[in-house]
Ligand binder design. Sequence first.
Ligand SMILES: [Zn+2]
Length: 231
Amino acid sequence: MAKWTSGETMTPGKGNPFKLRVRTGTDVSPEMTNQITTTVSAARIAVEWTVGKLSALNALEPYTKACLTRAFNTPAGGPDQATFELIKTKYVKIQNGIADADLAVKVGPLNDANGSVAFYPNPGPNKLPALEWDTDTSSWAPGGYGQIKIDFDYLKKRSHETKFYRPVKTFIHEASHRFASTADFYYYTEKSGWEAEDGPAFQGTPDLEWLKDNADSYGWFAVWLYYFATV
Ligand SMILES: [Zn+2]
């Protein structure tokens, strides 16, 4: 029996339809189906907004700079050109990836994770790129992140995850793995702030060196920028 259904075509409020693939044996209620399409639409809008706010280094608004510092630990005055280009390029890749007509989202139980994207090997702190099996050369080649999987039931069960923007954050986090080669070095929670991937709460904000390739930084920056603008 296949692990995932072949997929139903969903039409979100914004952009191309995408395929919804459901873990075999999982019930997906109409309410959840609705939440998934809403999440994809909202993530597309939030990332488009983010790319717009990153149009040029010398045009960054104060709130954008503040969010960059919070998510990536860039200097308060703004990032340097190379860092700015790197972050912007990753968002453009995420934007294109989640807008693509080939987008598929898998939903179902995931062993207590909000979402995941399969990859091999785990890039970890040594920052090796993710690899995929190249059938032409019968070897591992860079770029092997699988489809985005989201566990909406798990997101809902955790009380601090029920806020409307959390599924959007999770989706952008996973999309950054898939389309922009990010890894999980640190996670951010509203309860404890930054936490190391395999360790306790981190005091303060981790270094830019790690955060510029960190999936949760991309998820949160777009959410802070789009949903929490105060200026
Ligand atoms: Zn991740």
